[in-house]
Design a protein around this ligand. Structure first.
Ligand code: GAL
Length: 707
């Protein structure tokens, strides 16, 4: 089944409206009318559930669950730990995080607490246990969301005294011996050789740049801190509510926490899908695939934006068609739960300008009306979706530690992760999507954080070829092509895994700056790409970090049908060894005619392409069009700009194909054989006419259906 619901705050409406709790009946009836079957509750309600230390009041929440349950709505309950209550913050002001500049976080909003502070941890444990015990047997509760968006609002890293001490212990457990740490960090640079564990500081804001090895370990430690805190909550829920699922709502291409580790103990992950400025359809598709890849399991969208939001650069009202398109895009990429944020626009608090399924005055919004349509459609679709997962023959590897290493030493302002390059001109190659309305669409805000994973992904997405975005520690054997666009840090186990994949006949693409760093964030003493050099059959002689306006053009060699390709930001001059072919040279500047991309064929049919330059989707468009046809990786429908096609497939060969017209223009798709629309029953013969923003869902498309 597909869970379909909304994020609801009954406590707010009981306080804000004269009718008080009586409103819950009206709300629940309206939810049921829209076809909703699940409601998420209480993630910020700690202050109401425990108004004074150890004095709990669950009675209001019991009543709300009962009203919702009576209307056939199931509940995802939350541990309310992102919002420590005022009494706790007053009693124990030390639980507030210390920021890199030494200032303490203010109290009175959310996410201000440090997970290493013993009082916060203990009180989190107590409230989590109390709420778990209260709802373990409740027939309406089906599962749990832990906390809310770990790391949000810059809270992933804290620099308080508790963290500093915990970091020293973490290092001690990791290195055992200080000599090992000094060697691992290469401390002879600037004489940072430690003689006592207590001398190692938390890497706060400093006069000069910190050692990247020190920074990397602090990032790992901070990520482990939240993982351990998270596991504390998960353990309570598992022990107390064995019949319930446990999930957590993640944030897009969020970088500071290693999501693979943070989520390892969950049943499935969820994420919050907001279409901030720059979240073009391709970026959103990539995020869904990233979410699927964290546990390689279907996921939920726990907060799907329903209309305008309140926190982006601009906050346009998306209008009719938006919610249906976004909901089916999520489901098409593997969402088995679709929950809308929020039920009703808030009358108070900091998010008053964020719309809901009802507006502030309780009127139904476009989102509500559209949800009602989707709710009915899902009843038809659910049986077809049973047992299906997003289809992908290509895997893109996303490694958190490599992303951290790039953030620590970007070596080019355009590669500063997560930061829109507003102080520098954007590079023309950093195109995100071919959005018809904005041909110039550049990466901004969060979307920028997915660079350079975007380039290979978007080019596949534009070709209707499904891709999984997964960890380099995953089993790669099921994929025809594996692309590691940015594997800056290469651990020995990863090098071994990639070599085994190629030895078994796999096609591997390795992007620039890969194999530059060891697991301590130090350069290797060997030529780059270090432990991957035997695989690539070429090494890096020089690197060039380019100004935004300076581009180079590739001269393709010995590969047919390549289009003109501009590259920029980063160029490596490669030295192919005998037996390795150069497939592209640079054309301009002092390194004109030096190799930019090489190709090595391995015994057993394996091949490795080393891409020494950074390019946008146009670079990868060339590579995919060259590589994919011989490997029989084919799109289900011939691509049309502005239209996305994604597929969910079952092991028995059943397929559900989602055709999503993201553009405000009508489009026509060519069909190789007649197809029947699952929702309308209408059969389309040789072509499919799509209205602006239309969604059409088919069951099964023969492999030959592409034009
Ligand atoms: C999410 C958050 C919600 C709400 C929403 C507003 O990041 O989880 O609680 O703040 O953003 O868009």
């Amino acid at each position: 089944m597909i869970y379909f619901g909304c994020d609801y705050y009954p406590e707010q409406w009981a306080q804000w409206l004269a009718e008080g709790e009586a409103r819950w009946e009206t709300d629940a009836a309206l939810m049921a009318e829209a076809g909703l079957n699940v409601v998420r509750l209480a993630e910020f309600a700690w202050g109401l559930l425990e108004p004074a230390q150890d004095r709990f009041d669950f009675t209001w929440l019991d009543r709300a669950v009962e009203v919702l349950g009576r209307h056939g709505l199931k509940v995802v309950m939350c541990t309310p730990t992102p919002t420590p209550p005022p009494w706790l913050l007053y009693q124990s002001p030390e639980i507030r995080q210390i920021m890199a500049d030494g200032r303490q976080q203010g109290a009175g909003t959310r996410r201000e607490a440090c997970a290493n502070q013993p009082v916060y941890r203990e009180r989190s444990r107590i409230i989590s246990q109390a709420i778990a015990s209260r709802y373990a047997q409740n027939p309406h509760v089906v599962g749990w969301q832990t906390d809310n968006e770990f790391g949000c609002h810059g809270s992933a890293i804290c620099y308080c005294g508790e963290c500093e001490t915990a970091f020293q212990h973490w290092l001690q457990a990791k290195y055992m011996d200080l000599e090992m740490l000094n060697e691992a960090w290469g401390g002879s640079f600037w004489g940072e050789v430690y003689a006592d564990w207590r001398h190692i500081p938390a890497p706060t804001q400093s006069a000069a740049e910190r050692s990247p090895s020190h920074l990397l370990d602090y990032q790992r430690f901070s990520s482990d801190t939240w993982r351990d805190y998270h596991n504390m909550e998960i353990d309570i829920l598992r022990a107390t509510c064995p019949g319930h699922f446990v999930t957590h709502n993640l944030m897009s291409f969020f970088e500071p926490l290693n999501y693979y580790n943070l989520c390892a103990q969950l049943d499935f992950v969820s994420w919050d899908n907001y279409h901030y400025h720059g979240a073009t359809p391709g970026v959103v598709a990539a995020t869904h695939d990233h979410m699927w890849g964290i546990l390689r399991r279907n996921f939920w969208v726990m907060e799907q934006q329903i209309g305008h939001i309140n926190w982006s650069v601009y906050n346009p009202e998306p209008g009719p068609g938006f919610l249906r398109l976004k909901s089916y895009q999520g489901i098409g990429h593997g969402a088995d739960g679709m929950v809308y944020f929020r039920w009703r626009q808030a009358l108070a608090g900091s998010e008053q300008y964020h719309t809901g399924m009802l507006d502030h005055a309780g009127r139904k919004t476009i989102g509500y009306e559209e949800a009602k349509v989707i709710g009915n459609e899902l009843k038809t679709l659910a049986p077809y979706l049973e047992g299906t997962v997003p289809a992908a023959e290509v895997a893109i590897l996303l490694d958190f530690e490599s992303r951290w290493a790039m953030t620590m030493q970007p070596h080019n302002a355009l590669l500063r992760s997560g930061v829109a390059p507003d102080s520098v001109n954007p590079s023309p190659i950093m195109r995100v999507d071919r959005d018809e309305r904005r041909e110039d669409q550049q990466m901004t805000g969060n979307a920028h954080a997915m660079w350079p994973f975007a380039a290979p992904y978007i080019a596949l997405w534009e070709r209707n070829v499904g891709a999984a975005i997964i960890s380099p520690d995953s089993d790669l054997s099921g994929y025809k092509v594996v692309c590691a666009p940015f594997l800056n840090i290469v651990r020995p186990a990863v090098a071994k895994r990639l070599a085994a994949y190629v030895a078994q006949g796999g096609t591997l693409i390795i992007g620039p700056r890969s194999g530059f760093k060891d697991e301590h964030n130090k350069l290797f003493a060997q030529p780059q790409p270090g432990p991957l050099a035997a695989l690539t059959g070429s090494t890096v002689r020089y690197i060039d970090s380019m100004e935004p306006e300076r581009l180079n053009v590739l001269r393709w060699n010995n590969v047919p049908h390549m289009h003109r390709t501009e590259v920029g930001i980063w160029a490596e001059l490669l030295e192919p060894q005998p037996g390795t072919e150069t497939i592209a040279y640079y054309s301009n500047g002092w390194y004109a005619n030096e190799p930019a991309i090489t190709h090595k064929k391995h015994e057993g049919g394996g091949q490795v392409i080393y891409v020494g330059c950074m390019g946008g989707p146009d670079l990868y468009a060339n590579l995919w069009d060259w590589l994919l046809p011989p490997l029989h990786v084919q799109p289900p429908l011939a691509p049309v700009v502005g239209v996305e096609v994604c597929v969910r497939a079952a092991p028995d060969g059943r397929k559900v194909v989602f055709v999503l017209n993201h553009s405000s223009q009508p489009h026509a798709m060519t069909l190789a054989h007649p197809l029947t629309d699952l929702l309308t029953g209408e059969t389309h013969q040789r072509s499919l006419a799509l209205k602006p923003h239309q969604v059409v869902i088919f069951q099964e498309v023969a492999a030959t259906a592409h034009a």
